[in-house]
Design a protein around this ligand. Structure first.
Ligand SMILES: C[S@@+](CC[C@H](N)C(=O)[O-])C[C@H]1O[C@@H](n2cnc3c(N)ncnc32)[C@H](O)[C@@H]1O
Length: 596
């Protein structure tokens, strides 16, 4: 008879049952007497146990059969994923400068494979055009990431030039474009700060490894002086701009709870992202020197601190942990949704590519310059034969991943880490795996503990996570208005529109769209279309309102160019270009409302 593994463990005083086959966890009743251990149970035994020991979660889980859940998890269709990602967010990374004014002790910026050529504005423009018009023409948002391996502020003028270029492009395509970079901030002047403060298109980050003592052990000037005080002063130059903090966790600074708390106290911090060092040379910083037990104790302490702050009404403490790219914060957000599968570790070679100063494309920013990570060039584009491997799930390829109980919760080892350690992208590092498994387990316990002891905060967190996952795309009303006004030959400014459109509730959005249209066509109105509508009714294009099905969610605004031979010619952000559809079908399936 078929049996299923059930892993029962205790963390943060919560007893949890994890079911690897369906990547699902259950918080068990506090008085559950079952010993922490791995069990092999038939579905009948499991069903009985869960019904008794986790009644609420069981009622949700049992709405779908276990066979169906397993089927959903094991099903993998590259084309379905490609189709979905094609409409998603895309990132293009650059290393604007290969030089830096600091001499941080562990910096990968000195690696041999990174060449020392400087990036030109011309190369950047070509790469941006390639991304917008060829690589990802149907993307819903674009991010140009200038973090790289040197110090971006050494290229302040270049960043200003690129920003102006991106504004032109944003006006042309009607989609959100953001420029982001991480800086050591030590070169920030008042003049630069004023510029960034007023430039909403630019998102800023800075690197700090903790409070003064911890940071100044690692992040130093060429003369050995620590950077903490100067970074703090630079942060104080800002009033409205918020910063993401990138913190590198090394075996010499494992106290993630203290690091997080110290960084949380700094001004203008939006989120804190603690990530592990990538260092395999045998030095004191080597990843292999991490003490996983000690690290986990600090993560438990971090969880306790977050729970305490939440109880005090400080929701922000949790938000700053999950809003960026913190290793543990990502797991908490991701594991809020139970029963899914992570197909990949990251977006590399798919929705994230890198352009080097040589005009070559690479799959990973850290590995820019390495021929094994080269995936094409400006001349030939991204080559399908060179990116094919990034579309295969590591867990289908790597035996250790296949055998792992947590393989559905994990996208596999980072290709760059694997390559840097073993010269091969398809290996695992047992320490890194152990850490990942234990952090996943801790995140399940954290979420169950929050749910059980602070149900209101748990609910608030669920709602918040849902909001931010919706927030990343370009608002389709904004896109339609920019496109519509451009086709009319009387463009509305993206920069002006975004101020009014983005924060609006969907219920009032239609009226707002009409108001904005009236700035160009004072007689614009909302009409109901029927089968009698003809080309004459469309002296100019209009905007129609498509109530999408539940799965796609919400409302999409579409640009209707007109009617030809009882067919509607239209375009939406998700239609992959201009479409033609019989009027009858359009009225039934898409929309019968037109703003004209
Ligand atoms: C290389 S720096 C470049 C951007 C900028 N100069 C700065 O300091 O933020 C980007 C980030 O990489 C991190 N970093 C440097 N070497 C690293 C390594 N070996 N492993 C992991 N992160 C590293 C830095 O701490 C910093 O947060």
């Amino acid at each position: 008879m078929k049996t299923y593994k059930a892993i029962i463990y205790t963390a943060l005083n919560e007893k949890i049952l994890y079911l690897p086959a369906v990547n699902y966890y259950f918080g068990l009743r506090p008085d559950c007497a079952m010993t922490d251990c791995e069990y092999q149970w038939t579905w009948k035994e499991l069903d009985c146990f869960l019904k008794k020991e986790s009644p609420e979660e069981y009622s949700v889980f049992s709405r779908t059969s276990i066979e169906k859940r397993i089927g959903n998890l094991t099903h993998y269709s590259e084309s379905e994923i490609r189709n979905e990602l094609e409409l998603g967010q895309f990132t293009l990374c650059f290393h604007p400068s290969r030089k830096c004014n600091l001499n941080c002790k562990y910096c990968f910026g000195h690696s041999d494979y990174l060449d020392n050529q400087e990036l030109s504005f011309d190369t950047i423009k070509k790469a941006i055009d390639y991304m917008l018009y060829e690589y990802a023409p149907y993307g819903c948002k674009y991010i140009f990431d200038f973090s790289g391996s040197g110090e971006p502020l050494l290229k302040f003028d270049l960043i200003r030039q690129v920003t102006e270029y991106c504004k032109e492009k944003r006006q042309e395509i009607g989609k959100a474009i953001e420029i982001m970079f991480c800086s050591n901030l030590t070169l920030m002047t008042r003049e630069m700060a004023d510029y960034f403060e007023n430039e909403s298109m630019i998102l800023l980050g800075t690197s700090l490894d903790g409070g003064q003592e911890t940071n100044d052990n690692n992040r130093i000037y060429k003369n050995g002086k620590g950077t903490f005080q100067d970074v703090k002063k630079s942060l104080e130059l800002f009033q409205n701009k918020k910063f993401g903090i990138a913190s590198t966790i090394t075996p010499l600074n494992q106290k993630v709870d203290e690091i997080f708390d110290e960084l949380y106290q700094l001004p203008n911090v939006d989120c804190i992202s603690m990530r592990y060092i990538r260092e395999y040379s045998g030095s004191a910083y080597d990843f292999d020197h991490f003490d996983i037990d000690e690290l986990l104790l600090h993560y438990e302490k971090l969880c306790e601190n977050v729970l305490f702050q939440l109880k005090q009404g400080n929701f922000d403490y949790l938000i700053k942990l999950i809003n960026g790219a913190d290793v543990f914060g990502i797991l908490i957000s991701q594991n809020l949704r139970k029963g899914g599968s992570a197909p990949f570790r990251c977006e590399m070679g798919k929705n994230r590519i890198i352009c080097g100063p040589d005009g070559k494309f690479y799959s990973c920013s850290v590995m820019m310059g390495s021929k094994d990570f080269c995936i094409g060039s400006l001349a030939e584009g991204v080559r399908p034969d060179l990116v094919k491997k990034y579309w295969e799930r590591p867990k289908d390829k790597i035996p250790a991943c296949k055998a792992c109980d947590f393989h559905q919760a994990c996208g596999g080892e980072c290709y760059a880490n694997s390559y840097l350690q073993y010269g091969n992208m398809y290996t695992t590092n047992s320490k890194s795996c152990q850490l990942n498994i234990r952090l996943n387990k801790l995140s399940y316990a954290f979420l169950e503990h929050l749910k059980r002891t602070q149900p209101e905060n748990y609910q608030k967190f669920v709602e918040y996570s849902f909001q931010i996952s919706n927030y990343t795309t370009t608002n389709t009303a904004l896109w339609a208005l920019v496109k519509w006004s451009t086709v009319l030959g009387k463009p509305l400014s993206y920069e002006e529109l975004i101020k009014d459109i983005n924060p609006v509730e969907s219920t009032t959005e239609g009226n707002l769209v009409l108001q904005k249209m009236r700035q160009r066509i004072p007689s614009a109105e909302s009409y109901q279309m029927d089968l009698s509508v003809t080309a004459e009714d469309f002296p100019i294009p209009g905007i129609s309102v498509h109530k999408r099905d539940k799965k796609a969610g919400g409302i999409e605004y579409l640009l209707v160019y007109g009617i030809k031979n009882k067919h509607v010619i239209f375009e939406g952000m998700s239609t992959r270009g201009i479409q033609e559809m019989p009027l009858k079908q359009y009225l039934t399936n898409i929309s019968d409302i037109i703003l004209l």
